[in-house]
Ligand binder design. Structure first.
Ligand code: CP
Ligand code: NVA
Length: 308
């Protein structure tokens, strides 16, 4: 089954093909309306079910547009409105039943285990639309966005500043291994990447540079990224976490240390005035809206691969 749950699950060449196919398909539909179908209608008559355990703006709408542009349709389900592993019907049974109605599933979950359970029993491909552990579709579209601005990502330097141990940073570590870019993470010790993922990177011949000093992390950067200090899943003392991250705010002073062509990325939603200042997020180097738009194109390519 062609699932897309983690970047680590796939080969570098497959991931490269997905990005290149996304660029190609995006270029071919220049000038078409946002909801109009690609000329070749590759997924005519196919449908996608999406389940959101947690809020979403970008993932919800970009997946809907993605399947539409490929010629298919989508249904969005709220776990509260269906039988969903709460005693009355197990995830196993829900997965098997949904497989009869649709061709592909996209799930946003608070628990990566739910995603694994779904993919174990589903007879159709499953895509991870964000879990507590990873956010692979966001990172794939961020690679597309990076390359549209600053060329092939191989050998480039990406600086991740702030929370070094969340779903986005995990997927970026996996991507650094697969796409061979330098990843420098600037974070307090308490929010460093977990050792398991660092060991996995090292076993795969990639050294992730982790430092407590955000200035050191930003030096020579081609791209600076950050994320909310408190993620949707974070069961932490929010005030205390924000306090320990306050020196990791991406602002003008810090940004000056990067290369002249350095761009700023953020997957959104953003904590303005917390992980990043307004002048950076709204400034000339920020490509946040291009990132949001590219979710559609990268995900089209992911869906298409899953169904090929
Ligand atoms: N970046 C992202 O996944 O946004 P949403 O939470 O709005 O889907
Ligand atoms: N780390 C963030 C990403 C949001 C798209 C979260 O999980 O809330």
């Amino acid at each position: 089954m062609r699932n897309f749950l983690n970047i680590a699950d796939h080969s570098s060449s497959l991931l490269r093909n997905i990005i290149d196919e996304a660029k190609d398909r995006k270029n071919k539909r220049q000038g078409q309306n946002k909801s109009s179908i690609d000329k070749d209608k590759p997924l005519d008559g196919k449908s996608m079910i999406m389940i959101f355990e947690k809020p979403s703006t970008r993932t919800r709408i970009s997946f809907d547009l993605a399947i539409k542009q490929l010629g298919g349709s989508s249904m969005i389900l709220n776990p509260d409105g269906i039988h969903y592993g709460k005693g009355e019907e197990s995830i196993k049974d829900t997965a098997r039943v949904l497989s009869e109605y649709s061709d592909i599933l996209m799930i946003r979950t608070s628990s990566h285990k739910n995603l694994e359970e779904f993919s174990k029993y589903s007879k159709i491909p499953v895509i991870n639309g964000l879990s507590d552990q990873s956010h692979p579709c966001q990172v794939m579209s961020d690679i597309l966005t990076f390359e549209e601005n600053n060329g092939n990502i191989e050998g480039k330097t990406i600086s991740w500043i702030g929370d070094g141990n969340n779903n986005m940073s995990n997927s970026f570590i996996e991507a650094a291994v697969k796409f061979k870019f330098n990843l420098k993470i600037g974070c307090p010790k308490k929010y460093s990447p977990n050792n398991k993922i660092l060991r996995w990177a090292s076993k795969n011949n990639t050294k992730i540079f982790v430092t407590k000093d955000p200035r050191e992390a930003i030096k020579d950067a081609d791209c600076i990224m950050t994320d909310k200090w408190v993620s949707m899943n974070d069961k932490v003392n929010k005030k205390a976490k924000k306090k320990s991250l306050k020196d990791y705010q991406v602002n003008k002073k810090l940004f000056k240390l990067a290369k002249a062509e350095c761009i700023f990325m953020h997957c959104l939603p953003v904590g303005r005035g917390e992980e990043v200042t307004d002048d950076i997020i709204d400034g000339k180097k920020s490509v946040i809206l291009q990132q949001a738009a590219n979710r559609v194109h990268a995900q089209k390519s992911i869906i298409y691969w899953c169904l090929s």
